[in-house]
Design a binder for this molecule. Sequence first.
Ligand code: F6P
Length: 323
Amino acid sequence: MKRIAVLTSGGDAPGMNAAIRAVTRTAIDGGMDVMGVHEGYQGLIADDMAFLARRDVGGIMQAGGTMLGSARCPEFETLAGREVAVRNMEQHGVEALVVIGGNGSQTGSYVLSQMGFPVVGVASTIDNDLEGSDVTIGVDSAINVALEAIDRLKVTAESHRRAFLVEVMGRHCGYVALMAGIAGGAEVVVIPEQEVSPENVAQQLRAAYDRGKQHAMVVVAEGAKNNAERLVEHFQTDPEATGFRLRVTILGHVQRGANPTAADRLLGTRLGEGAVRALQAGQTGVLAGLRGNRVVTTPLEEIVGRQKPIDLELFELASIMAR
Ligand code: F6P
């Protein structure tokens, strides 16, 4: 194999740059050329790609986001769009593609590999909802941003004897909320995998208040049925229910833009290298991920359309710690 391309797709995740750097330098080390595709699958269709040299990927590892740009690309979901993408890569002599991204992006990888074009995915999403990797690039940084916000809000919660409701990202997955909730000492964690009613949240807050807690923290996953908006709606109808005066913070995209933590830089580097090694070994249609602290590959067909379950024992742990 003489030439590969690399792209980042879907939501940007801290650590993507480390993965781009690792793909580029591992491939060049193995005697290959590397083309960086701009703005994900959109760039493949628009034929927007350029060679990456070792130096082009220097000084990027500590930066959040992705130096290649990213996009969500509905056109790639059509056969016509994908055919243009493959034709463009072939015209550049690109023989294989590395896709750094999350669930939707790896569905794109799978479909492309089913068309006969060699693709290897790299597990990257702040949601950590992708099968095939215990952790995905970006999730550690996103949890740390959420945690910093929780710690700061706690200061105000303590000073004003309030309860704070913090909503974090994660799409349909509660991983970020659960981990930030445990690490941030939340009184209540609300996640889609273990739905609780607003009445139940109020009861837990009330119980904390009655135990003498002078402030409280509720961490809510955006994907929960009772997300921040729904909970606030409920608490407005019965402001006395919790015992606390309540304030709400929705963190949103602020969680994606962090400088990557050491863990995400290392993960990006290891998985980027792993993807190129997989291609060199003749693998295609697989995802490079981390399992039991080892870089492994998993067939994309075992991953697409699925959501990695979270460990509900950790949910139990969160509630024991809150008592
Ligand atoms: O998948 C990453 C993520 O940040 C989710 O947590 C969130 O639901 C979604 O992307 C937001 O997407 P967008 O940036 O397109 O608004």
